[in-house]
Design a protein around this ligand. Structure first.
Ligand SMILES: N[C@@H](CC(=O)c1ccccc1NC=O)C(=O)O
Length: 340
């Protein structure tokens, strides 16, 4: 394997903000660290740290590890953004409002030592209002927007492997995902890298918990089981899932976390590859995702014998509100940390 040298990226001082916070919050950040040797523009991740005397001293230094967690079992958050596998305007930066809330407390009150947010290659989006991309007719090919499953989850597994090399250990972090990002996070943890065709990539560090927010888990049901409230989205979902998973719908169930073999999920929990805690939160006012996505996923996890499957109640309002507002995502993470 080609070795990966990410030391060209350096820690910097920056500010992040959230709609409900009166002023920006200072952070230390390393942006867009590539996790593949010949990374496209989305094969990278960003890491945010609270400002402390130790992290301030890192400004200007190359990124070679996560800061030491010290004696306290402070934890990390790793996030996988949404955007229907296709929206180039929805990136790893969508975690910033939640980071602002997380790091707005003073010093010792901050319960996280680091937040990492992953970008990953996207699928074509020919009908995007400002940035349409259709590989067949594109003037300039853009490999970063031509991913088809399992390319998205492979990217995320490579990103988690880079974080492992930086010191991310088993049980040291919560893995969260919003919308399709929840799908990808669950695909990455509830199955092995080998199941996704990655023989050379080790298992991801085990998250202490998985947190799914307004998540997509059952792909066939997004076309054939939307229910009356979301029925009008049927054609849109058929199109976007066709780009992300291929138009052969017989392949969609095997890619759906809510349809993974329960015995296989149970086995991964017993072998210590999947967490004993999963929190699923779905806004009942979400105009893009019906409640049955969470319900089906929850039922499958219970059937698989995951020790604690908890329904979160922080997500309200629109589909994007949890990350746009930041506080819902952060409250969900805090609830999850309290359950550990
Ligand atoms: N602007 C986004 C909206 C979106 O994220 C989305 C749309 C339909 C169903 C699910 C969505 N998000 C899941 O990641 C898009 O249309 O790609």
């Amino acid at each position: 394997m080609t070795s990966l040298d990410t030391s060209a990226v350096r820690w910097r001082a920056a500010e992040v903000s959230a709609p409900r916070l009166g002023r920006p919050v200072p952070v230390i950040v390393a942006r867009d660290i590539p996790y593949r040797p010949d990374a496209n523009r989305f094969q990278n991740l960003s890491i945010y740290l609270p400002v402390t005397p130790e992290t301030s001293a890192m400004i200007g230094a190359p990124v070679v590890s996560l800061p030491d967690s010290g004696p306290d079992p402070a934890r990390g958050l790793v996030h996988v953004h949404g955007g229907a596998w296709r929206d180039p305007n929805l990136t790893a930066r969508s975690i910033e409002p939640a980071v602002a809330h997380a790091f707005s407390a003073a010093g010792d009150a901050i319960p996280l030592r680091a937040v990492a947010s992953l970008n990953y290659s996207l699928s074509p989006f020919p009908t995007h209002p400002e940035l349409p991309y259709e590989p067949a007719t594109a003037e300039h090919p853009d490999p970063a927007r031509e991913a088809v499953h399992p390319a998205h989850v492979r990217d995320v597994l490579h990103g988690l492997d880079l974080l492992r090399s930086y010191g991310l250990a088993d049980d040291s972090y919560v893995l969260s995902g919003h919308s399709c990002g929840a799908c990808i996070a669950f695909q990455a943890i509830l199955r092995s890298p080998r199941d996704h065709g990655l023989d050379a990539v080790p298992e991801a560090p085990r998250p202490a918990a998985l947190l799914g927010l307004n998540g997509l888990y059952d792909l066939p049901a997004l076309v054939h089981g939307l229910g009356a409230s979301h029925q009008h989205l049927r054609d849109e979902y058929a199109m976007l899932l066709g780009h992300a998973f291929g138009t052969d719908q017989s392949r969609w169930p095997a890619a759906s976390p809510a349809r993974f073999d329960p015995a296989g999920i149970g086995e991964r929990v017993r072998r210590g590859r999947a967490p004993a805690l999963v929190v699923l939160d779905q806004s009942s006012e979400d105009h893009l995702v019906p409640m049955n996505q969470r319900e089906t996923m929850e039922a499958r996890l219970r059937e698989a014998g995951v020790p604690r499957v908890v329904t979160g109640h922080r997500c309200t309002g629109s589909h994007a509100a949890p990350w746009e507002q930041g506080h819902m995502l952060w409250d969900s993470v805090q609830d999850t940390l309290r359950l550990l």
